[in-house]
Design a protein around this ligand. Structure first.
Ligand code: AMP
Length: 293
């Protein structure tokens, strides 16, 4: 297999170094895209880098496992960390700069006392119901990344659909001068949404995992055909449980506001799911085709 030539991306580990590099680009009137990640990169992350490359002259990829978005019971300490491989992949994809804060104190220095507390989409009763502080942690770190890098655009995956809605709204609410762009979910051949956490799955769990997307797709097509959302969701919930998952939620929501929605006539519908296989929690979502007018 021939590997593409690698140009090692620059790595900034402190805010002043980051700002100096970005300022150099700005002096040449170059545009900048940011792709925020927690590392353990896979083809889903790389698709965001590709989109960013098409939309801006320079691409910054941040790698920071953000403690503020993990609950004490969650996997912060064991979250996969593969920094050397990540940097190599980003070199192959010609990212210009990796923004990798040297340690947690670079982001949250002693005495850190300010948090962003998002509402509406962030309190829609989906992820927030199971991870009550998650979006406060996400919004706070993303607001910091936005002000540190000051990009023209920031690319987020639809894989984390509620998060995409929350950060889009936050950028508007705070008048941050950038555009948030959503990118489609990249999947394994069998439909499983790629995720850094998929490495936690045992062989049996990995074999069962694609059920989640299969059920979502089936529900979406039945709802698009005109079947009742409530009936289809209740069948979907049973199918997911029968597939060996412990279900957190399977919901139909308005794709923009994430408010509950009872019929395809009431707006674009998104189906969102979260469920556990063993100790691994998987999330996914799909759109429902709108009825023809
Ligand atoms: P994470 O490293 O999991 O925080 O994800 C960083 C970014 O990559 C987020 O915007 C995610 O939505 C996005 N992402 C994660 N998995 C995928 C995927 N399978 N397809 C597209 N984007 C993804």
């Amino acid at each position: 297999m021939t590997r593409r030539p690698t140009i090692k991306p620059k790595i900034a580990k402190t805010v002043p170094v980051l700002r100096r590099i970005v300022a150099g680009w700005r002096d040449k009137s170059e545009t900048v895209a940011l792709v925020p990640t927690m590392g353990a990169l896979h083809a889903g992350h790389i698709s965001l880098v590709h989109l960013a490359r098409r939309r801006a002259d320079r691409v910054v990829v941040s790698i920071f496992v953000n403690p503020a978005q993990f609950a004490p019971t969650e996997d912060f300490s064991t979250y996969p960390r593969t920094f050397a491989t990540d940097v190599e992949m980003l070199g192959e994809e010609k990212a210009d700069l990796v923004w990798a804060p040297a340690n947690v104190a670079v982001m949250y220095p002693e005495g850190f006392a300010t948090r962003i507390v998002p509402e509406r989409a962030a309190t829609a009763g989906l992820e927030d119901r199971f991870r009550p502080d998650f979006f406060k942690g996400v919004a706070t770190v993303v607001a910091k990344l936005f002000t540190q890098v000051a990009p023209d655009i920031a690319v987020f995956g639809e894989k984390d659909f509620q998060q995409l809605r929350v950060v889009t709204r936050m950028a508007r609410d705070l008048d941050l001068p950038l555009r948030v762009i959503g990118a489609p979910t990249v999947r394994e051949k069998d439909g499983l949404a790629m995720s850094s956490r998929n490495v936690y799955l045992s062989a049996d769990e990995r074999a069962a995992a694609p059920t989640l997307h299969r059920v979502l797709k089936l529900c979406a097509s039945k709802i698009a055909e005109g079947h009742s959302i409530a009936t289809i969701l209740s069948e979907g919930r049973e199918a997911i449980t029968r597939g060996g998952f412990v279900l957190d939620y399977l919901e139909a929501r308005h794709a923009e506001t994430l408010a509950p929605i009872a019929s395809v006539k009431d707006g674009p519908v998104r189906l969102l799911v979260a469920a556990k296989l063993g100790t691994t929690r998987l999330i996914d979502n799909v759109g429902v085709a709108s009825p023809s007018p």
